[in-house]
Design a binder for this molecule. Sequence first.
Ligand SMILES: NC(=O)C1=CN([C@@H]2O[C@H](COP(=O)(O)OP(=O)(O)OC[C@H]3O[C@@H](n4cnc5c(N)ncnc54)[C@H](OP(=O)(O)O)[C@@H]3O)[C@@H](O)[C@H]2O)C=CC1
Ligand SMILES: N[C@@H](CC=O)C(=O)O
Ligand code: NA
Length: 370
Amino acid sequence: MSKIYVAIIGAGGVGKSFISQLNAYVGRIRNKHTINTILISRSSKALQSKDYSGINLTTWESDLSGGGGGKPPAFPEETLKFLTGAPGPVILVDNTSSEEVAGEYPRFLSAGVHVVTPNKKGFSGSLELFQAIYAASAGQNGNGGYVFHEATVGAGLPVLSTLRDLQDTGDEIVKIEGVFSGTMSYLFNSFAPLSPTGSEKPFSACVAQARELGYTEPDPRDDLNGLDVARKLTILARLSGLPVSQLTSFPIQSLIPKPLETAASAEEFLDGLAEFDNDMEGVKAAAEKEGAVVRYVGSLDVAKGEVSVGLRNFDKGSAVAGLKGSDNIISFYTRRYGDRALIVQGAGAGAEVTAMGVLSDFIKVLERLK
Ligand SMILES: NC(=O)C1=CN([C@@H]2O[C@H](COP(=O)(O)OP(=O)(O)OC[C@H]3O[C@@H](n4cnc5c(N)ncnc54)[C@H](OP(=O)(O)O)[C@@H]3O)[C@@H](O)[C@H]2O)C=CC1
Ligand SMILES: N[C@@H](CC=O)C(=O)O
Ligand code: NA
């Protein structure tokens, strides 16, 4: 029976759900693999199993908050040394949104460590980093670790795996478009629903709720400025063969009111947002005048090499207008599917559905290690 070692960096909303799903999974496959979690790290505290015997995934949270936690190993040197010293294959699960951690994927992969992550930074930052990650991973030069990042687009929804299946079977991607943000979907579905009841909350209150529900990025400004959607489109564009050089290579519509662009913190930003609720009421009313609803969408025209991200009005009978909760809808237009797109739809944010995407990637690595 093979032994696999797991290092988890980031134990916030997604990280905690991942650990709980991993614990249940380990119980289900007890007879096939032994899985030892050797590191669970937050930004300033960590549990580390220095003898590689494994951390208890049932009591980890109280162990970490009680006396059991210590300082995380220094990143990247000490962490890399610790992981490459493990007596078997290691899977690094990065559940942070850290650029620093993502920037080191090429080194970890080159050293044979496998990486699975919902963190978009490595794949939507510089094109050089994106290329270095794939160049260092298994499949390109054959020696590095595997890398999977399904949850970077549409959380647990099968978006990247669908794209890969279409490409691997020889289809041609013409256009990918839809609602790519669970936060934006939730905001507009709650603030400007298809069938208003009159008890809709103001935009700023919906933003606070989206944060409560764990849909937003660690800093919700990263959702409202459009960059989170732009990151997802950049990932899809690059995986579709368009060498988007940087995130800001195309126009991105920000919903951050100008005077709040300089807010010193997420809290200061959220506190000031209510003052601008009337602006969003105006956007909603303008759409209603046309018999439409407003939604935040993205589009990648592979054939034309164009990407766009921003608000658009949708006819009330359209699939986009009828979305509920944090639902994403992603339409793949391809040569084979013609005018009737292949559509992926469902919750596109939230800790549990995102952790499911991360765990399914983890299982993909395990299957390749058999
Ligand atoms: N929430 C969602 O619906 C989705 C999230 N994602 C992605 O998943 C990732 C995690 O999101 P989420 O769980 O919501 O965010 P949280 O803010 O809840 O959690 C982030 C965690 O990362 C830790 N962390 C940050 N930097 C470091 C570091 N350098 N070393 C160690 N730990 C670090 C934080 O530590 P501490 O606890 O000490 O602050 C925290 O535990 C993000 O990249 C996000 O974009 C992707 C799809 C959907
Ligand atoms: N903040 C993101 C989380 C998933 O990527 C979103 O709202 O979609
Ligand atoms: Na996904």
